[in-house]
Ligand binder design. Sequence first.
Ligand code: XBP
Ligand code: MG
Length: 259
Amino acid sequence: MATRAFIFDVDGTLADTEREGHRVAFNLAFRDAGLDWTWGPELYGRLLAVTGGRERIMQYWQEVDPSGASRPGAGTRASEAHAAKTRYYVEMVDQGKIELRIGVARFIAEARDAGARLAIATTTSTANVAALLRNTLGETAPALFECIATGDAVDRKKPDPAVYRWVLERMRLRAAECVAFEDSAPGFAAAVGAGVPTVVVTNGYSGAGPFAGAIAVIDGFGATGHPAAGHALGRRWTGLLAPREVMDWAAYSSTTIPS
Ligand code: XBP
Ligand code: MG
């Protein structure tokens, strides 16, 4: 089936937001809340297995102080810390501290030229996505995406496929008519769980997967002077990722990936 749309994850895929963005914002919020917690890069990498910032806070709280985490009011405190974290994160993005990954803007422009419909499926909040898009791709950037599905839109976050199903429903597309771009094991599980053929674009936090069934696992989108590399359809691949090439990969792999 021909690819008609590309669905992008945000955190870790469009931009390396986690280590120097979300993590730093969490720590600032903890300080303000009088919580004696500091999430270093390695600990944060482990906590990324829990998707959603508020959920991540509660998971950590349960680990380090189970009785405190079970006390009345703990949930409200976590929500308040998470809201403060969002304010810090948006401030950092507004200050231009987070850039898109190399080659993302090029790929998006080429995808539009190729006639692909574009969407976003992310765990993070609408506020965070809006800030990132307007500060990197410009004020009109949200209009590039026909559908922006965030963690606020669904009851169950990734690795649950709900956010992808939401996008497919809104766009009236079948899973096999789309290709998703994800950077993490929970994100990959969400996309594949909805039957969407997926390209994994790894970063420092991606780990080894499992990414079984991905149509490609590559380390970036690639730009002139910065070729990406990895595997596609089981073969080594290097270069600048092109939308047409991704569409070809998806067509070729459609016989092996269930949809
Ligand atoms: C990203 C996340 C998010 C961010 C924080 O997952 O798990 O929780 O780390 O966002 P994905 P919030 O890239 O798979 O969508 O604090 O706004 O929840
Ligand atoms: Mg991600």
